[in-house]
Design a protein. Structure first.
Length: 294
């Protein structure tokens, strides 16, 4: 895929806050200074939630799909400029053209809360998926195994999430740790055409982060626009919109530290060790440490 100078590519590990940051970026790019949308949101691809370019057919399907309706790869490419592409793809899977043109936003969240959110999300998705659409390994791996699986140290969402080395990981987009390491290198290569956003900092100072991102994107900002975005991307607002067309599972609690209510201190301490070992020297990972505390 060819990229344009004003393209925005959003990458994140699953359940690192993708839906939230997609909605934020959409508002930054599609709202005017008064806080009004410049396009009819309901008819605009990505207006309600992210549509992954790697998950839709090249051309519009003859019948709308359960997940993305009539969206297509070509349709996503024809969206109004500046175009917004949201994906879980990591370095090496993103368009090579991004190395020369376009901007990258990388969304990060501490791995403990990412795992917790992913665990409950996948269980909810499996529960809502009709049996005829389920894959046997999907159901077994994400519902029946629970947090810790059979006790073999390999099954269950906790062990699958933390599987290492990289090639042994269960997820198509690789491990959380490998995702962060690889994207760190790409961020460094892109320089000022790339920005990192932390889920936890959005929770702490949403308005401030909106202004920072607005500056990075070079879009007009005003108090009215910031206020409108804050309202539009609130948990309740997003949950209501997503629920209205069957994607309510994308939003759960929307908090920092929920992992502490699950598993044991020993499990989380082990993740501290893995985090330190696998992401040693990776600068973009360092700010997450304080959010991993009990």
């Amino acid at each position: 895929m060819e990229t344009l100078d004003d393209d925005v590519v959003l990458s994140s590990y699953p359940k690192a806050g993708t839906t939230w940051i997609h909605n934020i970026l959409y508002c930054l790019l599609r709202m005017d200074e008064s806080g009004a949308f410049m396009h009819e949101r309901a008819d605009d691809l990505g207006g309600n939630s992210q549509i992954y370019p790697d998950a839709v057919p090249l051309e519009p399907p003859s019948q709308a799909t359960r997940r993305f309706g009539s969206a297509s790869f070509n349709g996503i490419q024809q969206q109004p400029r500046p175009r917004l592409f949201s994906t879980h793809m990591r370095e090496g899977m993103l368009p090579t053209a991004l190395e020369g043109r376009g901007r990258l936003v990388y969304m990060m969240r501490n791995p403990k809360d990412t795992l917790t959110s992913l665990h409950f999300f996948l269980q909810k998705v499996a529960e809502l998926t009709p049996k005829e659409y389920r894959k046997a390994e999907f159901t077994k791996g994400l519902v029946e195994e629970g947090w810790l699986g059979s006790g073999d140290g390999q099954t269950g969402s906790y062990h699958r999430f933390n599987a290492w080395p990289e090639e042994s990981n269960y997820w198509w987009c690789g491990s959380y740790y490998g995702h962060v390491r690889g994207m760190s290198a790409l961020l460094g290569a892109l320089g000022d055409r790339a920005a990192v956003v932390y889920y936890e900092r959005l929770q702490e100072d949403l308005a401030g982060e909106l202004r920072r991102l607005g500056g990075f994107l070079g879009v007009p900002m005003s108090d009215a626009k910031v206020e409108a975005i804050v309202k539009h991307v609130s948990k309740d607002s997003m949950a209501s919109r997503l629920q209205s067309y069957g994607r309510g599972a994308l939003v759960r609690k929307g908090v920092v530290g929920d992992h502490a209510h699950h598993l044991t201190d020993e499990h989380w301490k082990q993740m501290d060790l893995w985090f330190a070992e696998r992401l040693q020297g990776v600068e973009i990972a360092a700010p997450l440490v304080k959010y991993m505390a009990p």
